[in-house]
Design a protein around this ligand. Structure first.
Ligand SMILES: [Zn+2]
Length: 349
């Protein structure tokens, strides 16, 4: 029988960025799946030119699950040995980004792996500061969010290196990744069966359904990710990999939150924050102005007072203690005209 990793009973959202509808699902993971997940990420990085031992700068969310000092020590040692350095994508004010640049300059990463929005924000900062970074030396891997063509163009221009798009899922790993021909994302067929719920999956985008049988603790069968995509060309790729390819994933949306102090809070911060509350089914965090915010909770069980106060404290710590924050229970999270729901929404322009 598989050993069960109770502390990894993480919540997976029905959208890889944390849930277009903000609906959490408890996703149990066994140990073998953790290893398979890491292998899938290595596979995706290898398509971008990564080789074992290469230095990787992760511009990513802080790991909320690293809660004990013993775990911290073990992970820190492992990341040192594996040549990883972490840069907190949830805290990207100008001062922090200046420090990121300084550290990366000395670290000389082969690869930067980042949320699409975070590396875009960092690239804009470098451009506006007149900095031409001499890193990374191999590639930038972008994931977790839609990489719009104009974002890709700016990032590639600033760093002078190609961006490789990766489509993943929080717990199961890399589902599809771009190769050096940049003509679609190769499906990770050794882990997933990927289907598009559409009348014409090569022309009309539809929801991405994944079947994932590696995880004996909780197999997923035709699981609807909530993401929207279509298959790209059915011609063999000139890189000689024979897998089907996805056209860029188009249906994941969240806004960054810009605070009065100039900090930029990544949308994923809020999905991490609402993890584990067990009370929230749908949510949306709305920035009305620099000083005024609303957290909408829908279809949720009654939230204990102290949990609500803890949420309030942690959000105000991030956006500024002088800000107004209303926590509202609502019937439904309003949908965009596309039918998708943003889990973070900024009305700042
Ligand atoms: Zn290829």
């Amino acid at each position: 029988m598989k050993q069960f990793v109770a502390e990894n009973a993480a919540e997976m959202f029905d959208d890889a960025t944390g849930g277009s509808s903000g609906t959490p699902m408890v996703f149990k993971v066994d140990r073998d799946t953790q290893i398979a997940r890491e292998a899938s990420l290595m596979w995706a990085n290898s398509l971008a030119g990564w080789r074992p031992g290469d230095r990787i700068a992760m511009l990513w969310g802080s790991d909320r699950d690293v809660s004990t000092s013993l775990k911290n020590l073990r992970l820190t040692l492992r990341w040192q040995i594996e040549n990883y350095r972490w840069f907190n994508a949830f805290d990207m004010g100008a001062e922090k980004m200046a420090r990121f640049h300084d550290t990366m300059r000395r670290f000389r990463p082969h690869l930067i792996v980042a949320y699409a929005g975070s590396v875009f924000t960092f690239a804009r900062y470098l451009r506006d500061s007149g900095i031409k970074p001499g890193y990374p030396s191999s590639a930038i891997v972008s994931s977790a969010e839609v990489l719009a063509p104009e974002m890709r163009e700016l990032v590639e221009d600033v760093f002078g290196i190609r961006v490789f798009d990766r489509y993943g899922n929080r717990e199961a790993g890399a589902i599809a990744a771009e190769c050096s021909t940049h003509s679609g994302l190769h499906v990770n067929e050794s882990d997933f069966i990927v289907e598009i719920d559409s009348s014409d999956p090569f022309r009309v985008p539809g929801n991405v359904l994944i079947t994932y049988l590696r995880n004996f603790a909780m197999p997923l069968i035709r699981y609807d990710t909530g993401d929207s995509a279509r298959f790209g060309s059915c011609e063999p790729c000139s890189c000689s990999r024979a897998t089907p390819r996805l056209a860029p994933v188009t249906g994941r949306e969240s806004d960054n939150i810009r605070t009065a102090s100039g900090a930029i809070i990544h949308g994923e911060f809020f999905t991490h924050l609402l993890y584990g509350t067990g009370c929230v089914r749908e949510f949306q965090f709305v920035q009305e102005s620099l000083m005024s915010y609303r957290l909408l909770l829908a279809g949720s069980r009654r939230m204990p007072g102290e949990m609500k106060e803890d949420l309030r404290r942690r959000i105000l710590d991030a956006v500024g203690r002088d800000c107004a924050l209303a926590i509202e229970m609502v019937e439904k999270i309003p949908a965009l005209p596309s039918g998708k729901r943003k889990f973070t929404l900024s009305r700042l322009r």
